[in-house]
Ligand binder design. Structure first.
Ligand SMILES: NC(=O)c1ccc[n+]([C@@H]2O[C@H](COP(=O)([O-])OP(=O)(O)OC[C@H]3O[C@@H](n4cnc5c(N)ncnc54)[C@H](OP(=O)(O)O)[C@@H]3O)[C@@H](O)[C@H]2O)c1
Length: 324
């Protein structure tokens, strides 16, 4: 199926993706940091901003003048990250929220806190991810990667969408990965109960990120908020170390040779700030370049099936993102 093909599921014709022009004319202009005024006007929530790409992007955005809301699994880790960010940029405007994203009630509480404390949220960045070497399950029995990497962004989006819709120029950014192109949504064993392979579960969750981005963009005509996803680059973070299965001694060795998230944060910063992307939605970026999504993530039938199954697992109505 090609981008722009109509999708009919459950008797509904969803039509082409919102902003279909964005798929046809990729943004190729070189990225330049906008005026400080652009960043200063943005309030950005980044999940998993206590290390890796999340912390690196939060640090750069705060230095650019944006108001950054650092999310951490625990308040202690989030406060520690906020302190490091303030130490690097004394004028940084940084706030902190905490929630374990494997816990549905904690996500509800996080969303309620964000709506109350930060009603002027402009950008929601879904960055947090986890890769356990052995299968782990949430309280509800969901496989941890599927829950944290895919379902949590969906639930948090559902809870914050109306607040974002009220903000002109609002954005949702999903940190996916290039491994999505080899991913497979295994509807027969979505929770990896029969067989758990950490890499396969990660690929599935990252393909789910791209399918979710496109399914959500189809439901938001008019690009407010826009919804885009990216492969941020490769960096020697805990996610990468877990994927590759490196022992501690090897991590210390590879740390000297691999790029760090600090040097690789610019693509994520760009998706948050670049005014050239104001009308781009449903798009996939490989680092700084807009690229056609992989064949698997263009499979909108699978995307709609995943949307329905995920809603059912989360107890969300199927039309939560529809604008009417
Ligand atoms: N590293 C790469 O080469 C690479 C390549 C492509 C895509 N990515 C993507 O980049 C994103 C960031 O990962 P990273 O590489 O920067 O790894 P990272 O340093 O391990 O960051 C992961 C973040 O997610 C948080 N997190 C994990 N489980 C959580 C939970 N249950 N509740 C709340 N927060 C949780 C972690 O919090 P704690 O600090 O509390 O653990 C941490 O802040 C991920 O989406 C990943 O898939 C990475």
């Amino acid at each position: 199926m090609q981008s722009g093909d109509n999708v009919t599921l459950g008797g509904r014709d969803r039509g082409p993706p919102a902003c279909s022009a964005c798929f046809l004319s990729p943004v190729t202009s070189p990225w330049q940091h906008p005026d400080r005024a652009v960043a200063r006007a943005r309030s950005v929530l980044i999940t998993g901003a206590t290390s890796g790409f999340g912390e690196a992007a939060a640090t750069r955005l705060a230095a650019s003048g944006a108001h950054v809301i650092v999310h951490g699994r625990t308040r202690r880790r989030a406060e520690a990250a906020a302190a490091r960010i303030r130490a690097r940029s004394h004028e940084a405007r940084v706030d902190v929220v905490a929630a374990d994203l494997s816990d549905r009630l904690a996500i509800d509480a996080l969303a309620a806190e964000v709506r109350t404390r930060f009603p002027a949220l402009d950008v929601l960045v879904h960055n947090a991810a986890v890769v356990p070497r052995r299968r782990e399950a949430t309280r509800e029995g969901l496989e941890l990667q599927f829950a944290v990497n895919h379902l949590a962004p969906m639930l948090l989006t559902a809870r914050l969408l109306s607040a974002l819709r009220a903000r002109p120029g609002a954005r949702i950014v999903v940190v996916a990965s290039q491994v999505e192109r080899d991913g497979h949504i295994d509807f027969a064993d979505l929770q990896s109960q029969r067989r758990y392979d950490p890499y396969a579960a990660y690929r599935q969750s990252k393909l789910a990120n791209v399918l979710f981005t496109r399914a959500l963009a189809r439901r938001i005509p008019g690009c407010c908020p826009t919804v885009n996803c990216l492969h941020p680059g490769i960096a020697g973070t805990r996610v990468l170390n877990a994927l590759v299965g490196r022992p501690d001694w090897m991590q210390r060795w590879t740390a000297y040779r691999e790029p760090t998230a600090d040097t690789q944060a610019e693509p994520l910063v760009r998706l948050v700030l670049d005014p050239a992307l104001d009308a781009v939605s449903g798009a996939y970026f490989r680092e700084l370049e807009q690229r056609p999504p992989s064949d698997r993530s263009m499979d909108d039938v699978t995307g709609e099936r995943l949307w329905a199954v995920s809603n059912s697992l989360l107890g969300l109505p199927s039309d939560w993102a529809d604008s009417t």
